[in-house]
Design a protein around this ligand. Structure first.
Ligand SMILES: [Zn+2]
Ligand SMILES: [Zn+2]
Length: 83
């Protein structure tokens, strides 16, 4: 089975169980205020933000930047990869 990724921070793991057992530094509730959440899309060469279309080669670089079209407001959240 392919690697699995957190949709908030791009953390990579080999199993969903291992992924979701650890806290996420980029969780929308705050640093380590929640666990990694599975990115349910497939591995891609390039990831697009589902809110603004920003492109990045990895989930971790995409989600490291704030999103100007985030539903919580301009730069009130990070880019989130489209499936
Ligand atoms: Zn995470
Ligand atoms: Zn965005």
């Amino acid at each position: 089975m392919a690697n699995v990724y957190c949709k908030y921070c791009g953390y990579k793991s080999s199993t969903i169980a291992a992924l979701t057992s650890q806290s996420c530094t980029k969780h929308p509730n705050g640093n380590n205020k929640g666990r990694h959440v599975l990115y349910e899309g497939s591995e891609k060469l390039q990831y697009n933000c589902k809110y603004c279309g920003h492109k990045s080669p990895t989930i971790s670089t995409l989600t490291s930047q704030p999103c100007t079209k985030h539903p919580n407001g301009n730069n009130k959240g990070r880019h989130e990869p489209a499936l």
